[in-house]
Ligand binder design. Sequence first.
Ligand code: ADP
Length: 162
Amino acid sequence: MKVAVYPGSFDPVTFGHIDIIKRASSMFDKLIVAVLVNRKKTPMFNYEERVELIENSLEGLDNVEVVHFEGLLVDYLKKNNYKILVKGLRAISDFESEFQMASVNRQLDDDIDTVFIMTKVEYMYLSSSIVKEVYSFDGDISKFVPEKVNDKMKKMRRESDE
Ligand code: ADP
């Protein structure tokens, strides 16, 4: 069985991520979406919420599992005997850091291969941080994130306005 792992912060999940998940899930028997728990950063959503938002935004993709992990990605892969990583590539600016990450992971564990999937042109400049920025200025994010994420963020805004 060919299993691949798609890691990221997903704070929150965007249509760019969902597109990569859909395409990767059709290439592999199973896709694990692995949400990074980084205690050094304060995310907008805690990891339980990020996992739930991804799960609720996947329709009919029954070979996708959403998990969280903490620590070094290669350790998580080794522990579970996973060998393939999936990453999304956006603008050229992603290339350098992704190339660096893939090379470092390769040096830490020679068994790991990273597969890059190119973003759809319309998602080329979409990132979780830009979504948070638009949201912070009360902008409409419905074109960028799945409905469940938009609903949750709208609810958060209503609650903070009260
Ligand atoms: P972000 O940069 O949006 O905070 P994450 O750390 O959650 O992203 O990213 C996880 C993975 O998803 C990375 O491989 C990243 O390149 C990819 N990714 C993020 N946004 C997009 C997008 N719009 N199109 C394609 N891939 C993306």
